[in-house]
Design a protein around this ligand. Structure first.
Ligand code: KIV
Ligand code: ZN
Length: 554
């Protein structure tokens, strides 16, 4: 066998199921969310969270709207014990938030856990032991019966210790850890045995958490397992079925979503997916997936930047630029055809309507992004995108023919620098290529007289030491100017395209004109900017002539 040999592995055995109901189900409401950032997430960090970071993270979770928060494993670590004490003693847990703590099924650990929780209002005690074939046979070397007895004994201790602290509202949770490596019949047997001790009722339900401790199969198999458990567990109406997926195969979100379709009520996960190995299921993505289907996720993720900053600084892990919904690049469109489609859809979208924008599954503004950030320019980008960034940042409404002329200039720059071209650079390129063209004639002054629908133009032009005054008639000022230049310099000029708009709303606002002129048989595009719209059109034409002269000289 070579090192990289697939024959080392065997396929996962699917669930034998004749009827599957979950494929036809649609998720219609948010699950109960439980964050395990401060426990599972924290246990997976190279440098566990400092107390101040834990508190900062806890406050973030509360502000987002998490109502169930696993705050640690107090019997396993002193910092976790102290943090739980701090939360309780300093009254930092809002009344509508329930903290959750993890414990193994050992009496001394359970005792220590309850000691940490003295004086708490409302707590979920999360008991777990490992039930999978591998763990039973290779790690603990115990029979099925012995492993079940560990769980049952743990449940007994938890119940007894809880009764000694009646001032707290207790809820019990059991996880058959490594559930996805456990035979379903055995998993349900253990869960039923635990529940026989805890005696749940519909008004006082037990949480049965079914972890994909290691993700071992395609998500449909996990959904089969969850549906099977929902169908076979005793007293289903007194049980909250909870999911806890890890991302070993990259499908933690999909598994959790299919698990919800299969009947689960609750999901455990972390913000942005930190957790053991490849991480836990990402609550932000799962919630945004619901949101983008028009379902209230019951979490407020509007301030994504605060979430990113807190998670990055606490975990010392950077969010990937393409992380769904939150990454730096997820709302960026570089491709010309995508930009064009986005522009068209955005132009049709009215505030408050159903969101129907190609390539953008959600409105970037919902997570604190702007439309300006969407269109990004590189060598793949098209004219539409260039027009969009100039319009959104500087108010320039480049006509289509101008975008066509300008786009190769930007593309050349992108290829030259081998990178994205910023909107500021695009702006400078536009000015250099169309507005501020050296050696052009400058306008000294001009006078326009209207004489029976004919415009009489008198204009003084300067260039270096030379000043000339020329005069011509036309149906409008620009036509008169064209004639004046033709008479003076002998150019043959046709105005092919002309557009103008103001750059503001008051009378002092500048105007911009875009001109495409055919000068002696060649087309040149240029622009002019001035407070006076007529002057702006003259400047645009002079800039077009300057381009002609420059090319002629070259
Ligand atoms: O992944 C896991 O199985 C766990 C359990 C403790 C629930 O984190
Ligand atoms: Zn886990």
């Amino acid at each position: 066998m070579s090192i990289f040999d697939y024959r080392k592995y065997s396929p996962y055995t699917p669930v034998k199921k004749h009827v599957r109901r979950w494929p036809d189900k649609i998720i219609q409401k948010a699950p109960v969310w439980c964050s395990v950032d401060l426990r599972d997430g924290n246990q997976a960090l190279i440098e566990p969270l400092a107390p101040t970071q834990k508190l900062e993270f806890f406050n973030l979770l509360v502000d987002i709207g998490l109502k169930e928060i696993e705050v640690g494993f107090p019997a396993a670590s002193k910092p976790d014990f102290d943090f739980v004490r701090q939360l309780i003693e300093e009254g930092l847990i809002p009344n509508d938030v329930t903290i959750q703590v993890l414990t193994q099924a050992r009496e001394e650990l359970i005792a220590k856990t309850f000691e940490a929780l003295k004086g708490a209002n409302s707590v979920i005690i999360h008991l777990y032991n490992s039930t999978s074939v591998i763990q039973r046979e290779q790690v603990f070397c115990k029979s099925k019966q012995e492993i079940k007895e560990i769980a049952v004994q743990g449940a007994v201790w938890v119940k007894e210790y809880a009764m000694r602290q009646p001032e707290t509202k207790w809820q019990f949770q059991y996880s058959p850890e490594s559930f996805t490596g456990t035979e379903l019949e055995y998993a349900v047997e253990v869960c039923n045995a635990v529940n026989a001790v805890w005696e749940p009722t519909p008004s006082s339900p037990v949480i049965i958490n079914l972890p994909a401790t290691v993700e071992m199969s395609t998500p449909n198999v996990y959904a089969d397992q969850i549906e099977w458990m929902c169908d076979h567990i005793a007293q289903r109406d007194s049980i909250i079925i909870s999911l806890h997926t890890h991302n070993d195969r990259g499908c933690a979100i999909a598994a959790a979503e299919l698990g919800l379709m299969a009947g689960a009520d609750r999901i455990e996960g972390t913000l942005l997916g930190n957790g053991e190995r490849t991480g836990n299921m990402d609550i932000v993505i799962a919630a945004m997936n619901l949101y983008s289907q028009g379902i209230d996720p019951q979490l407020n993720l509007m301030n994504i930047d605060r979430i990113i900053q807190t998670v990055e600084s606490c975990t010392q892990l950077k969010v990937h630029p393409r992380h769904p919904y939150v990454g730096e690049l997820v709302f960026a469109a570089f491709s010309g055809s995508h930009q064009d489609a986005i522009n068209k859809c955005l132009a049709k979208y009215q505030q408050g309507e159903t969101w129907r924008v190609a390539y953008l599954p959600i409105d970037p503004r919902d997570v604190g992004r702007t439309y300006q950030e969407v269109i990004r320019i590189n060598s793949q980008s098209g004219k539409g995108g260039i027009g969009y960034v100039l319009a959104s940042k500087y108010g320039w409404q480049l006509p289509r023919w101008m975008q066509v002329d300008f786009s190769p200039v930007v593309q050349y720059e992108a290829e030259r620098i081998e990178s994205e071209v910023s909107v500021e650079v695009i702006y400078a390129l536009f000015k250099n290529n169309y507005l501020n063209i050296n050696n052009a004639w400058k306008i000294g002054s001009f006078n326009i007289l209207n004489d029976n629908k004919i415009v009489k133009l008198y204009i003084t032009l300067t260039r270096e030491q030379c000043t000339i005054t020329i005069q011509a008639d036309g149906q409008g000022p620009l036509e008169a100017f064209v004639r004046a230049l033709t008479q003076q310099f002998g150019y043959h000029i046709d105005i092919v395209s002309y557009n103008e708009h103001t750059l503001g709303v008051n009378e002092n606002s500048e105007a911009i004109t875009y001109i495409q002129a055919n000068i002696n048989g060649q087309r040149y595009c240029a622009a002019g900017q001035s407070r006076d719209i007529v002057q702006a059109s003259f400047l645009a034409l002079l800039n077009a002539i300057a381009k002609y002269e420059r090319i002629k000289v070259d």
